[in-house]
Design a binder for this molecule. Structure first.
Ligand code: AKG
Length: 277
């Protein structure tokens, strides 16, 4: 199933071999220059609700376009829009052309009603999946993502590299039997786009597991972590939701200063952002 192109009129597109070998090589070369960071889910000014606890995200991340720090809790409409997305680095040449092609495919295959006015893939979350290594050298596989929705407006596009991931769309958050709307393995170099009332608005999606067959680890600057899958999810965030770090209100600013400083160790963009008055 997952080796075939899938086009579903109700809001799903999948191409198993979308990224060409040379494109992949260029993207991986650029990725090796990044320094992804570990984020905590909550912060001093956004503490965990009673049903949750403070925790580290299961994987290191890097954002392009704008950085949606997990503790700032971007976009749970109609709340959570302001003071949550911070200008980040733009797309590298290796990604620009690919994004234009994905935007074109989306406009061709998806209903007009599913693509909001002004929609463009101006934001990207890069997720690194693999195995954490703790201070005693113990390895823990954290290559999964629980049920969630992406609340950004319009279609979301996802490009995968490395080991295959078992991806599901499910109806309802509880782990009921038969709640799986659609499932498939996301292949190395594949593209998945989803949108609309069913796949995006009503269904949750999750990564149940990532295979460990190839036994290859991407050579990346991620401390205490072995990456065997990389996923890019491209999304749309309206320009008016994105602000400079310097314009954050004081509590949010203090919650993310440590992350900004960590990013600034390896990025001119974040160094400049910290200096802006
Ligand atoms: O890794 C994937 O395939 C999915 C990632 C995802 O669900 C997300 O970033 O919101």
């Amino acid at each position: 199933m997952s080796k075939k192109v899938i086009i579903r009129k109700d809001g799903l597109f999948y191409h198993p071999t979308f990224i060409k070998k040379q494109e992949k090589e260029a993207i991986l070369e650029w990725l090796a220059t990044l320094h992804p960071i570990w984020e905590m889910r909550y912060s001093e000014n956004n503490p965990p609700p009673p049903e949750d606890t403070q925790r580290r995200l299961l994987r290191p991340v890097y954002w392009l376009g704008n950085w949606q720090f997990a503790c700032l809790n971007y976009y749970h409409p109609p709340k959570g829009i302001h003071n949550r997305c911070i200008h980040a680095e733009g797309y590298p040449p290796a990604l620009k052309k690919i994004i234009e092609t994905i935007e074109g495919i989306t406009k061709m295959y998806f209903k007009r009603s599913e693509v909001p006015k002004g929609w463009k893939l101006n934001t990207c979350l890069i997720n690194f999946y693999g195995t954490s290594i703790d201070e005693n050298g113990k390895k823990v596989d954290t290559a999964r993502v629980g049920d969630h929705k992406d609340f950004e407006l319009g279609p979301v596009a996802s490009v995968s590299f490395g080991e295959r991931a078992f991806f599901q769309f499910v109806m309802g958050k509880k782990d009921l039997k038969n709640n799986v709307l659609f499932e498939q393995w996301l292949e190395d170099s594949s593209l998945q786009i989803f949108a609309g009332d069913l796949y995006k608005d009503r269904a949750f999606h999750r990564v149940q597991r990532v295979e460990n067959k190839l036994k290859t680890i991407f050579p990346l600057n991620v401390e205490n972590f072995e990456t065997r899958r990389i996923n890019f999810t491209f999304r749309y965030v309206p320009a008016e939701h994105i602000i400079d770090y310097k314009d954050l209100p004081a509590p949010q600013k203090s919650d993310v200063t440590g992350y900004m400083e960590k990013l600034a160790e390896n990025s001119d963009h974040f160094r400049r952002a910290l200096l802006k008055k």
